[in-house]
Design a protein around this ligand. Structure first.
Ligand SMILES: *Cc1c(COP(=O)(O)O)cnc(C)c1O
Length: 417
């Protein structure tokens, strides 16, 4: 047992030996206590977009911390939150007129589900079933686990998870089964359908087509089932556009954003809602208000970081940078795909992924083995089971990305023996 009192997330302390200590980071590089420079090829778990310690975001945080650090947000407001809400409204689909703040992707999803249920209650309709997609992931709280895939991660909590209807993942060529299942649950009066647009992240970097996303949206609209887009991972450029929904030309009824909203510097999340959802809670009756808050709702320092992120999107060629990173990823992925162990190489925007060998589950021994081999090579990659994915910050240099794929090739050769 280690001396440290820290209990780490998604870590089996009985197997984990030395846990590296990071003392600084800039761009795509982490500096460890032992003097190593490690390339962060997963954007510190999908959050870092423009790179670590971006000077504009760091300055905005410092400046705001001296001005106004925290204020109750029930019945009070402040400039950073107002500016951010206006900025989001201007950038996100026009029908998303309302911005509700929280602090993590999981809470933004909890808020989305509660908004959807409140909407139907206040309209006097008994609709409360939630439709979800197989292999989906929406967070680790009881509510978000309920709408996510069930497995070893949530076996202990399963008796308390609420019942949902899951539709099949729209694997290429099998989309009709997904549409049929979605149509069935919508026809039976589902309150809402929650989905990760274009990419199921934690489910194994599973990609599906934009026209499939558009058709699922059409089906929901036909039956007034609210469409909740969980863009916690896919938002802020990951799939090549600001939002994955943009690529299908759809506007969800509810949109969840977090991770890259502050450039990945500090926790913040928003749930954006269309006007009818806000209107259903609008009344002179206090019993009809939206009953949700957390202590740090719309924390001014976090909002200032998010405003700096929006400024970076305005002032720097972010979309061009993302497109160029996508092309570089494609070139390296093609080279890697020639390895006999690589299965199903695929890329969407800045995300490249493939499987190693034949299908194994999340808990297969391959993942920790590969993680350790990447760590020895000073590359932070954290495979999901036998799925290896590369999702770097947009600022990663050619040399750094080349070093990541060199490590990938070496690790594949080691596994092949
Ligand atoms: C990461 C993630 C979440 C949960 O976000 P947290 O900030 O970790 O709570 C929810 N949905 C998706 C799609 C995610 O990738």
């Amino acid at each position: 047992m280690s001396e440290s009192a820290v209990w780490h997330p998604f870590t089996q302390h009985g197997l984990q030996h030395a846990i590296p200590e990071v003392i600084g980071a800039e761009g795509a590089v982490l500096h460890t206590r032992s003097g190593a420079k490690v390339i962060d090829a997963i954007s510190s778990w999908w959050v870092t977009t423009h790179g670590h310690a971006h000077p504009k975001i760091a300055a905005a945080i410092a400046e705001q911390a001296h001005k106004l650090d925290q204020i109750i947000f029930a019945g009070w407001t402040h400039e950073p939150a107002e500016r951010l809400a206006a900025g989001l409204r201007a950038r996100m689909p026009a029908s998303l007129t309302r911005v509700f703040f929280s602090d993590s992707g999981s809470t933004s999803v909890e808020v989305a589900l509660k908004m959807a249920l409140g909407y139907w209650l206040h309209r006097g309709e008994d609709r409360h079933r939630i439709a979800v997609m197989d292999h989906g992931y929406h967070g680790d709280t009881i509510g978000t686990m309920s709408v996510g895939a069930r497995g070893a991660f949530n076996r202990a909590y399963e008796p308390l998870l609420f019942d949902v209807t899951s539709i099949p993942f729209p694997a290429a060529g099998h989309e009709q089964a997904t549409f049929d299942a979605l149509e069935r649950v919508c026809r039976e009066g589902a309150a809402a359908f929650i989905v990760e647009p274009l990419v199921l992240g934690a489910g194994g970097m599973l990609f599906y087509r934009a026209d499939t996303l558009a058709e699922m949206h059409r089906i929901c609209q036909r039956y007034d089932t609210l469409f909740i887009a969980d863009e916690v991972m896919t938002g802020w450029g990951r799939t090549g556009a600001l939002l994955a929904c943009e690529q299908a030309d759809i506007a969800p009824d509810i949109l969840c954003l977090s991770k890259g909203i502050t450039g990945g510097a500090i926790p913040l999340a928003v749930t954006m809602a269309s006007e009818p959802i806000f209107a259903a809670h609008y009344s002179t009756d206090r019993a009809q208000m939206f009953f949700h808050s957390s202590s740090y709702t719309a924390n001014p320092i976090a909002c200032a970081a998010a405003n700096a992120n929006l400024a970076i999107w305005d002032e720097e060629p972010v979309i061009e940078r993302i497109a160029a990173l996508g092309e570089r990823q494609e070139r390296y992925l093609r080279r890697t795909a020639a390895h006999p162990l690589v299965r199903n190489p695929r890329r969407l925007g800045t995300i490249a992924a493939f499987e190693v060998g034949d299908a194994e589950g999340y808990l297969s021994d391959l993942a920790p083995q590969m993680l350790a081999m990447f760590r020895e090579r000073n590359v932070l990659l954290r495979p999901l089971g036998n799925t290896v994915y590369v999702m770097p910050p947009y600022c990663i240099t050619d040399d750094e990305l080349g070093a990541v794929y060199d490590a990938v090739s070496e690790v594949l050769d080691c596994i092949a023996g």
